[in-house]
Ligand binder design. Structure first.
Ligand SMILES: [Fe+2]
Length: 249
């Protein structure tokens, strides 16, 4: 049996070891709580069992547990410049059986670790099945929804270390993939507008109808694109909104 309130207390104690006045730490804590709520909402809307809903919440709470120690050791959230924060987080939970404090059941522990390890992959591991696959998809959706949420309000300065990105070009490959409803590989990114477009294209890797309904309800796509109004972006707006509309039916 998973006790979410107790798990939240343990998580809170864990992050107290880190400097909460550091905005980057504060950002990840806030992200964690929002993702936990979104994962819960998706699982509820899918009519999953009470135990499955709690598991989805717990995975939300633990999915970025590696971020705090990553920042402390490497002073960056950039995985390619440091470590894969998902793998690292799963190892932290395995170390000294830390995971046991959140959940005693071995089968659920394996699902939690698998979902964490899969949450940041470009593509979900195709050997996954059953509950591991389901929970991995839920956390991937919840995480993407919150990244899109961040894009509606986070300063460009924080995201790209510059005031504006609107004057940059969007590369052909990025646009082509977008209008084919395909998630682009990061290797094609040349400009920050490419990054911006690619991140909007995360919608093409969202799995569940309740997730699309949340995107629609919160109006994230319009809010994001209102920050970068260009002719190309208006086409992207139209395409993305149609895609979300179809998927939430
Ligand atoms: Fe993450």
């Amino acid at each position: 049996m998973i006790n979410i309130e107790k798990s939240k207390d343990i998580f809170k104690n864990y992050v107290e070891k880190y400097d909460r006045t550091n905005p980057r730490i504060a950002l990840k804590i806030a992200h964690t709580y929002r993702v936990t709520e979104t994962a819960k909402k998706i699982a509820e809307e899918m009519n999953l069992s009470e135990e499955q809903i709690k598991l989805a919440e717990l995975i939300g709470l633990l999915h970025d547990i590696g971020r705090f120690e990553q920042l402390k050791r490497y002073d960056t959230f950039n995985d390619s410049e440091s470590i894969n924060h998902a793998e690292f987080g799963a190892s932290l939970l395995e170390e000294n059986n830390f995971i046991n404090e959140f959940c005693k059941d071995k089968k659920s522990q394996n699902i939690i670790l698998t979902a964490i390890r899969n949450h940041n992959k470009y593509k979900i591991d195709d050997t996954l099945e059953g509950e591991s696959l389901l929970q991995s998809k839920i956390i991937r959706d919840a995480d993407k929804i919150d990244i899109l949420n961040l894009m509606t309000f986070e300063k460009f300065e924080t995201l790209f270390k510059k005031d504006e990105i609107i004057d940059e070009k969007i590369s052909e490959q990025i646009l082509k993939d977008f209008f084919n409803a395909k998630q682009t590989n990061r290797q094609y990114v040349k400009t920050d507008m490419d990054n911006w477009t690619l991140d909007i294209g995360m919608i093409f890797d969202i799995n569940f109808k309740p997730s699309f309904k949340i995107l629609k309800e919160k109006d994230y796509i319009n809010k994001i694109i209102d920050r970068t109004k260009t002719d190309e972006m208006e086409q992207i707006r139209k395409f993305a909104n149609n895609y979300i509309e179809e998927k939430s039916k």
